[in-house]
Design a protein around this ligand. Structure first.
Ligand code: TYD
Length: 213
């Protein structure tokens, strides 16, 4: 059976992840893959309930540690129920955010540091994406792109929080250059797409395609 792949997308809110995820799905289906689209926090019935709790604007009393643990809990359920079984079946999983979001938002944004990695090691072990696309747009630009949207609890954080998240992502990009591909997401949708598809095709071709389903 063909080998499954695990691909994640990361970046600030408003970095254009969803558009590129849709396009990548189409491309992979064109290459004969069965693609599962999913997201975090969420992706399972339990995870979606956790998502509602985390993002609720009325939950201003939530501690940073509780927040980090809820994201990790949603992730543990997601890996066990959706991601791992799909990859084992030979499907391609495209996940809108994964563990890097927690390192960037809770580790850097909230300032929880290394404890976030520890919580997540416990939640997912060493289960990591084959490729992670980091959609890079400066925080001022991404904040401007979402200014007309209704904001959730995280999006309502001040600019300094989003700048710390951005620095966290840059740190991750340097720490994991093999896995994380930074994409300049300030260009046109088509230019950005071309770069993403090139990276994916390289990965698939390197592993051998013969995906005859
Ligand atoms: P997302 O679904 O990307 O937001 P939207 O529905 O607006 O596209 O993610 C929700 C928020 O959760 C986002 O601001 C980033 C944040 N987040 C974390 O802080 N830590 C995490 O581990 C994850 C997965 C998301």
């Amino acid at each position: 059976m063909a080998r499954g792949y695990f691909i994640s997308f990361e970046g600030m809110d408003g970095s254009g992840k969803s558009t590129q995820i849709r396009r990548l799905k189409q491309h992979l289906e064109g290459r004969g893959y069965d693609v599962v689209l999913t997201r975090e926090p969420g992706g399972t019935e339990i995870g979606e309930k956790i998502r509602t709790i985390i993002l609720d604007k009325d939950h201003s009393q939530m501690t940073d540690l509780t927040e980090a643990m809820l994201y990790a809990a949603s992730r543990a359920q997601h890996v066990a129920e959706v991601i791992k079984p799909a990859i084992d079946r030979g499907q391609v999983v495209i996940c809108d955010r994964f563990v890097d979001s927690s390192i960037a938002y809770q580790g850097y944004g909230r300032g929880l540091g290394d404890s976030v990695q520890k919580i997540n090691d416990y939640a997912i072990g060493d289960y990591l994406p084959d490729v992670t696309f980091l959609m890079k747009v400066k925080p001022t630009v991404s904040t401007d792109r979402i200014k007309h949207r209704e904001k959730d609890r995280i999006e309502l954080e001040p600019e300094s929080f989003h700048e710390a998240v951005y620095r966290g992502y840059e740190e991750l990009e340097h720490r994991f250059p093999e896995r994380i591909t930074a994409i300049d997401a300030t260009r046109t949708i088509e230019e950005t797409e071309r770069e993403i598809l090139k990276r994916i095709d390289r990965l698939i071709d390197r592993n051998g395609t013969n995906n005859s389903r």
